[in-house]
Design a protein around this ligand. Sequence first.
Ligand SMILES: Nc1ncnc2c1ncn2[C@@H]1O[C@H](COP(=O)(O)OP(=O)(O)O)[C@@H](O)[C@H]1O
Ligand SMILES: [Mg+2]
Length: 267
Amino acid sequence: MTTLLTLHDVVAGYGAGDILKGVDLEVSTGTVTCLIGPNGAGKSTVLKCVSGLLRPRLGSVRFAGEQINGLSPRARLLKGIVHVPQDRSLFPAMTVADNLLMGGYALKDQKAVRRRIEEAAEVFPICRSRAAEHAGSLSGGEQKQVELARTLVLDPGLILLDEPSIGLDPKSRHQVFASIRTLAEAGRTVLLVEQNARSGLAASDFGAVLESGVVRLVDTGANLLTDPEVARLYLGASGAHSSPGASGASSAADVSAASTTSSEGAR
Ligand SMILES: Nc1ncnc2c1ncn2[C@@H]1O[C@H](COP(=O)(O)OP(=O)(O)O)[C@@H](O)[C@H]1O
Ligand SMILES: [Mg+2]
């Protein structure tokens, strides 16, 4: 396997303190890697350091053999690093078709953009069936499908997905994880951040645990799913759902359940 992305000793933060305190992480070409960890651990911050929304204070971010620390977000986008943030990122008043076109706004070759929109629609049929509808009229799960499809317009080398399943009903969540596998089978490389650690790891080839600003543990998704320590801290009780009052919101599984409820309530 070739390494596509390497973070080495990355230190980053927003104000006085450091959030990432020396993060080491590798993502191999054609794999899905899921980053898990408690709420506030810095998972989204890792993705920002890769897409360029945040410059690390120390350490290096290498992509396809090149040090990219100093590059702007746009330059990284043009290199094929596409970041799908946690919040919904479609333009709600624009049609699905126009949102897909916007996915390629930074590219000169608009013929390629149109061809890739066709290809994306093969993978995500919703792009065709709902093309003329306003993106804002789609359900949260449907919007996520379009957001994933939109990444394909850039022919991405690396797709960064921040909590794609958050706030979705179980059926849409299932669909999102199935779509991530579809991307993987199409040979795409994905770095996924998920509070829904169980489903995230199950959909991933590799997993990494971020805790207190460093990556504590790296293994295959399957091994992390059966690691007793990971299970205790991040997967909740042995069943599909942890019991609500068991540990407050101290595990990521509990946090996930709580934030899902609250974000659905807010929408
Ligand atoms: N734009 C920002 N300005 C200041 N602090 C931030 C900002 N974004 C995140 N943080 C803080 O950085 C920490 C890590 O955040 P984040 O990377 O979003 O964690 P995670 O994605 O693991 O939940 C949190 O304490 C959060 O409050
Ligand atoms: Mg986050």
